[in-house]
Design a protein around this ligand. Structure first.
Ligand code: FAD
Length: 300
């Protein structure tokens, strides 16, 4: 699409909708960084902001605390992530009820990774929810809460085939999920090929692309290895030699992400979920490129 075509598309009254993902902070300094990011991104009026969830009591508490603070101090709609790892159904149900009582109306429901980390064999907790689909059903039984789930354009590493993966997505939709958010990917063709297969399977819910702006290439490559996402050679080449040059790295990261999201827009995508890594700058710039502008009344 020509630049003029793009400009008029964005001027149409921005049909672009975004959501932002954050992780709960571990230290006071990280808490400050997170809130700087939330404060900067809030005026872009995201549909929701999601907060990830980890195994273990302390990370769970941090998720709760972050979600509660978002509810108390901003007009943002929080989506609390929740996993089945290391907890009985009764324990997970107590978390669902606590979220509902706190005013949470959206949960991102996940199986989670095995306690031994990615690569270890996953075994459901004795008496726990078995997988993402089982958890979605549990949430829907307990509360009137919107549920989003994960989707994997390059297949989940535990999944034998893409078809098995899509079967799991279908089961999650049958259980009541109304949105899927994808693992990040760098080649848009992978997303569209996956989407074709999902639609061919009769799954009609939105499958929102998860976008990871590459703040740190080495770290992103590590995430990708664990998540079963591929890192194309052209991407590695773009960051090559910039290890000690953060300023140029940031410009390249913005260019790479801009290229990716603008291509997705050209191909009909209007919804984006950004893995912010609790940093606002790159995401803010990409949203600006997408035509989003601050709405003063929505400010945190
Ligand atoms: P499911 O949808 O239940 O399963 C994923 C796939 O694995 C299925 O398609 C299925 O084919 C296959 N599979 C599952 N179990 C088995 C099995 N026992 N044997 C064979 N195949 C199997 N993790 C966190 O800890 N906290 C978070 O907050 C978090 N947020 C996330 C948000 C998004 C948008 C995404 C994409 C991922 C997130 N994750 C998070 C990572 C996620 O927990 C892991 O990828 C986990 O390994 C799978 O969880 P799931 O809900 O996707 O699993």
């Amino acid at each position: 699409m020509s630049l003029a075509g793009r400009a008029s598309r964005f001027a149409e009254g921005s049909r672009i909708r975004v959501s932002f993902e954050f992780f709960p902070p571990k230290t006071e300094e990280m808490e400050r960084t997170l809130w700087e990011a939330i404060t900067r991104l809030a005026p872009l009026a995201p549909r929701f902001v999601s907060v990830t969830y980890g195994a273990g009591g302390s990370t769970r508490e941090r998720t709760h605390a972050t979600v509660k603070r978002i509810l108390a101090e901003t007009r943002l709609v929080p989506a609390a992530h929740l996993t089945c790892v290391g907890a009985t159904r009764a324990e997970v149900d107590a978390v669902i009820r606590a979220y509902a009582e706190a005013g949470v109306r959206h949960i991102v429901a996940l199986r989670g990774d095995p306690p031994g980390g990615v690569g270890a064999r996953y075994a459901p907790h004795p008496g726990g929810y078995e997988n993402g689909a089982d958890l979605v059903a549990g949430i829907k039984r307990l509360a009137d809460i919107e549920v989003s789930v994960s989707a994997y354009p390059e297949k989940h590493p535990d999944s034998a085939t893409v078809e098995a993966d899509i079967d799991m997505l279908a089961a999650k939709v049958d259980a009541g999920a109304t949105r899927a958010i994808t693992q990040f990917f760098f080649e848009n063709d992978l997303y569209f090929r996956y989407l074709d297969r999902v639609r061919a399977r009769g799954i009609a819910i939105p499958v929102v692309p998860g976008i990871l702006p590459v703040q740190n290439f080495k770290q992103a490559r590590g995430f990708a290895e664990r998540a079963g996402a591929s890192v194309p050679d052209w991407l590695a080449a773009r960051f090559q030699g910039l290890e000690d040059d953060p300023a140029t790295r940031k410009l390249i990261a913005a260019a790479v992400a801009a290229e990716q999201v603008l291509d997705l827009v050209d191909r009909g995508v209007n919804d984006f979920h950004f893995y912010t890594m609790n940093r606002a700058d790159l995401v803010y710039a990409i949203c600006h490129l997408l035509g989003l502008r601050p709405e003063v009344k929505e400010a945190a």
